[in-house]
Design a protein around this ligand. Structure first.
Ligand code: NAP
Length: 326
């Protein structure tokens, strides 16, 4: 790991199943690596088979290096348990295929880490007609949660959903009438719409937490910090953000991927967080999101509007389950 370890090291049973979206690079990669090295079975839910397979090979190689070093924290397995499943969050069709494949596998599901994301991209519409950050970061993960929650409810104690959000939610407007951008592409507010997608994740976390009280499933969200990952490939042309990133890097404030992944790994494995939900973590501590993110009326308005938007993707019986009514 190359430095201090500050997430708890726990032995995870081999049959504990952790789905991580966007696990082939950045924060998802580090999370997949350390959760697999603690012994769990990791499903790499990624859009590129090639990139996921390369990542899995790299993780297996790094595991052997850690074993040779005698790193005490890792499991006794000969080979880590990891599997690729195809998932393109920019396509509802792909999300549906992933869900169907997962259901058909008959697997349990203990941890769902909604990590994949795109940031600050120029205005782009998906094949489903939604602005890409809105769909990839928020809507598609919402659909996955709705369909996989019934499996999690049947998977035994201490199941967890983790939504990887961002403090970028501070830099946006909340306006449900403009959830899906339809204005002039030239006037598209990239930071505003990235921030909105991350705000929705925090608000969704609070709405779900209320509905999951007393159940075996908990939900939290987090901000990983400013982390030097591939995320900046999306905004090479966005001068303002690049200048900001350079300053942060120069002053040593930019985290490495493993440091950025610590709050995610912590939220997934920390035994002290069993049954703890509704927290927005910053680093390893509970942090503050904006007053807007914590506004219950706005959270419920977003929840209602989201279910309307996704009415063709989430059938009524699943809505009942999401509402905790079935
Ligand atoms: N890095 C930061 O400073 C920072 C700060 C705050 C929050 N975050 C959040 O942290 C999360 C992880 O970001 P990161 O920094 O690790 O970024 P990253 O290095 O760019 O990794 C993003 C991951 O998401 C995947 N992804 C993107 N679009 C996808 C799609 N349509 N379908 C499926 N997977 C898709 C990528 O897959 P491909 O490799 O195939 O593109 C990649 O695996 C994001 O949600 C981001 O918003 C990051």
């Amino acid at each position: 790991m190359g430095g201090k370890q500050s997430f708890p090291i726990v032995e995870l049973p081999h049959n504990r199943v952790v789905v991580i979206t966007g696990a082939n690079t950045g924060l998802g990669y580090e999370t997949a690596k350390w959760v697999a090295m603690m012994g769990a079975t990791v499903i790499m839910a990624c859009r590129s088979k090639e990139r996921a397979e390369k990542a899995m090979q790299k993780i297996q190689d790094e595991f052997q290096v850690e074993k040779a070093k005698g790193t005490p924290v890792i499991c006794k397995l000969e080979k880590l348990s990891m599997e690729f499943m195809e998932l393109n969050l920019g396509s509802f069709k792909s999300v549906r295929s992933f869900i169907n494949a997962y259901k058909s596998s008959g697997r349990k599901l203990h941890m769902l880490v909604c990590n994949a994301g795109v940031a600050l991209v120029p205005f782009t519409k998906t094949e489903d007609g939604y602005e890409v950050m809105f769909q990839v970061n928020y809507l598609s993960h919402f659909i996955m949660i709705a369909h996989l929650l019934p499996i999690m409810r049947q998977s035994g104690e201490d199941c967890r959903i983790v939504l990887v959000s961002s403090d970028a939610h501070r830099a946006c407007n909340f306006d449900l009438s403009k959830m899906n951008y339809s204005g002039d592409p030239e006037n598209f507010g990239r930071l505003d719409y990235y921030g909105r997608s991350k705000l929705y994740q925090i608000m969704q976390m609070h709405s779900m937490d209320r509905r999951l009280q007393g159940s075996n499933v908990s939900v939290n969200s987090l901000h990983p910090g400013m982390v030097d990952t591939e995320i900046s490939r999306n905004f090479q042309d966005f001068r303002l953000m690049n200048a900001f990133n350079s300053v942060v890097r120069v002053f040593g404030q930019m985290k490495t991927p493993i440091d950025g992944a610590l709050p995610i790994i912590n939220a997934v494995v920390n035994p002290n967080l069993k049954g703890v939900g509704g927290v927005y973590f910053k680093s390893l501590e509970a942090g503050y999101s904006t007053a807007e993110a914590r506004d219950e009326m706005k959270q419920e308005a977003l929840w209602k509007k989201t279910l309307e938007i996704l009415k063709d993707e989430i059938p009524e019986e699943l809505i009942q389950e999401l509402e905790g009514k079935s």
